[in-house]
Write a protein that binds this ligand. Structure first.
Ligand SMILES: [Fe+2]
Length: 373
């Protein structure tokens, strides 16, 4: 076994923990906090949360992050506004976009230039200064971004998504409050859940093999399957919301320490070229990627869920049936994407692609994409 480390921020879980526990946590670490949030939290929670924060002696200011995935110009613009506020730290309360934005802004307020200058592959600079403290509060159960050390950002002029990644980007704390996820609509819930499922699966079998990532996949993949099946019929089921939120956080830890694979390698490429939500792209291509990979690796056979389905062939069959039950598309035909399979494969060079468990010939990936488009 190669040398390894396992790093995660401290994680707090509980119904309502984003009031007293979070605010107490913040009050020991600074007085003035920039709170990055989505419109959902702004409309439903902010005015009450702000009042309670004042009771804890905190100064808080709302910075709304617009929907869609974060882009370089959006992060740069928000960085300027947050910098002008001069906070002691940043709180990100929202889905993956909000958390990735908060994380990137925490770094960029203490660095010169644009965030694009520091992204993997497209930038030439490295982060050199300790970011502002930031705290992650997810309101969707998907990206696990609250427990990762990278922020995924779209570079519009290159039509790619790339990571701002550094060991200094871990959050100071993670607060998992299932109450914040209760009102998420089914589309958001299922896309996020498929993303979390993919994180756990890809990290468990990645080339950067990490034994803890495999353990987390064995423990939590089943919770995502059960949780999504339940929430499709009962969107306010508290136990299912708990399961998904904890599993998605486990997925974040797993990917941050164990890496990802080709689903995310291709999703990064499509994310720069289309507006299809990230989790939906992962869900659509997941079983197809496993089908290709399993011809070149036996790593999937380590997973308890794969063993339960009689091996990787049965697992692929299960995935395609499960997707049907969830209402997830089997291909991209209804989007009429007009994309070239050869170009998708050529552009998919991110770090996730390099951690794929098998070295698959480009011709196999191209054939897969021809079937999907
Ligand atoms: Fe993802």
């Amino acid at each position: 076994m190669d040398n390894w480390q396992w790093r995660t921020p401290p994680v707090f879980f509980g119904w309502g923990c984003t009031h007293s526990e979070l605010l107490s946590f913040l009050s020991f670490r600074g007085k003035r906090w920039a709170v990055c949030m989505g419109s959902h939290f702004l409309q439903r929670e902010w005015s009450h949360w702000q009042e309670v924060a004042h009771d804890y002696g905190l100064e808080v200011e709302a910075f709304v992050v617009r929907g869609g995935e974060p882009t370089v110009p959006q992060v740069d613009e928000l960085t300027m506004r947050v910098k002008a506020y001069q906070p002691d730290g940043i709180v990100g309360i929202g889905g993956g976009t909000v958390l990735d934005t908060a994380k990137a802004v925490a770094a960029m307020v203490v660095h010169p230039g644009s965030v694009g200058d520091y992204l993997e592959e497209v930038g030439t600079k490295k982060l050199f200064s300790q970011p502002l403290p930031w705290v992650g509060v997810p309101t969707t159960a998907g990206t696990g971004s609250e427990s990762t050390k990278n922020s995924v950002i779209i570079v519009p002029e290159k039509r790619v998504k790339r990571s701002l990644r550094h060991d200094m980007l871990w959050s100071q704390g993670v607060f998992l409050d299932p109450a914040l996820t209760l009102s998420q609509p089914w589309e958001v819930t299922v896309n996020a859940g498929l993303d979390a499922f993919t994180h756990l699966l890809e990290a468990a079998v990645s080339k950067k093999f990490h034994p803890f990532a495999l353990a987390l996949a064995d423990r939590f993949l089943g919770d995502i399957i059960e949780g999504l099946s339940c929430l499709k019929e009962h969107p306010e089921d508290r136990e299912a919301r708990e399961k998904l939120l904890v599993a998605s956080n486990a997925g974040g830890m797993a990917l941050a320490n164990g890496g990802l694979g080709s689903v995310h390698g291709f999703a990064a490429t499509l994310g720069g070229m289309t507006d299809i939500p990230h989790g939906r792209v992962c869900g659509i291509i997941l079983d197809h990627v496993v089908e290709v990979n399993r011809r070149y690796t036996e790593r999937y056979e380590m997973l308890a869920l794969v063993k339960h389905h009689g091996g990787s062939e049965g697992f692929v069959h299960f995935l395609s049936q499960w997707k049907k039950m969830l209402g997830v598309d089997t291909d991209f035909r209804r989007w009429n994407l007009a994309l070239d399979p050869v170009e998708i494969v050529r552009l998919s060079t991110s770090s996730s692609m390099k951690a794929n468990p098998a070295d698959v010939p480009a011709s196999d990936w191209i054939a897969m994409w021809k079937n999907l488009l």
